[in-house]
Design a protein around this ligand. Structure first.
Ligand SMILES: Nc1ccn([C@H]2C[C@H](O)[C@@H](COP(=O)(O)O)O2)c(=O)n1
Ligand SMILES: [Zn+2]
Length: 185
């Protein structure tokens, strides 16, 4: 490798060092090669948004983009506006269902839809979500999901049926990149 010149390195696909400093491509004035894809960008945004959730067991994030790839709404699973997070139940297994979160919590995907500006149409857009959306939340947009944790639940099955009948695509997010490190330092 040391004896190869820059042209040979590029021709042989050997430009393995993708840092700005080390990359032959960078030195030759070509674009930075290791940028994240649109899918990765929006799914990372969904994962970041999920970090705002107060749910102790499951944090979900969703990002809706327009046809032009403009983010038009973001949301995470949480209690409705006006309900103090500290006063609401976060349990999942009480025998008294009123003491569980499920009747109260608003899904990430629904929050993302509610957070869109009313002038903006999400029709024809894409919803990136860290979990497959339920039947209440799968509306009008293509779905790209990270996990299908509740694939066996009727809500998920109904959701897939709805999307299929409406001819709306859904697909699982795939990437070779496993992590992205961000730092304030
Ligand atoms: N597609 C989904 C599915 C679930 N959620 C929310 C609702 C709850 O806060 C939580 C699920 O709780 P678990 O039963 O896993 O303890 O996730 C959502 O926002 N979107
Ligand atoms: Zn939902």
């Amino acid at each position: 490798m040391e004896n190869l010149n820059e042209k040979e390195i590029l021709e042989n696909g050997l430009d393995v060092d993708t840092t700005k400093e080390g990359s032959v491509k960078w030195k030759l004035g070509l674009k930075k090669p290791d940028y994240i894809s649109w899918d990765e960008y929006f799914m990372y945004m969904a994962l970041l948004t999920a970090q705002r959730s107060k749910d102790p067991s499951t944090q979900v994030g969703a990002v809706i983009i327009s046809r032009e790839k403009i983010i038009v709404g973001c949301g995470y699973n949480g209690m409705p506006i006006g309900c103090d997070d500290d006063l609401m139940p976060w349990r999942r297994d009480s025998e008294n269902t009123l003491e569980n979160k499920y009747f109260y919590v608003c899904h990430a995907e629904m929050n993302a839809i509610l957070n869109t500006n009313s002038n903006v149409s999400i029709r024809g857009g894409i919803m990136y979500t860290t979990m497959f959306p339920c039947n209440e939340c799968a509306k009008m947009t293509e779905v790209v999901y990270l996990k299908d944790k509740y694939f066996d639940k009727q809500e998920t099955q109904a959701s897939k049926k709805l999307l299929q009948i409406a001819g709306i695509n859904f697909r699982q997010f795939l990437s070779n990149r496993k992590t992205l490190t961000l730092s304030f330092e």
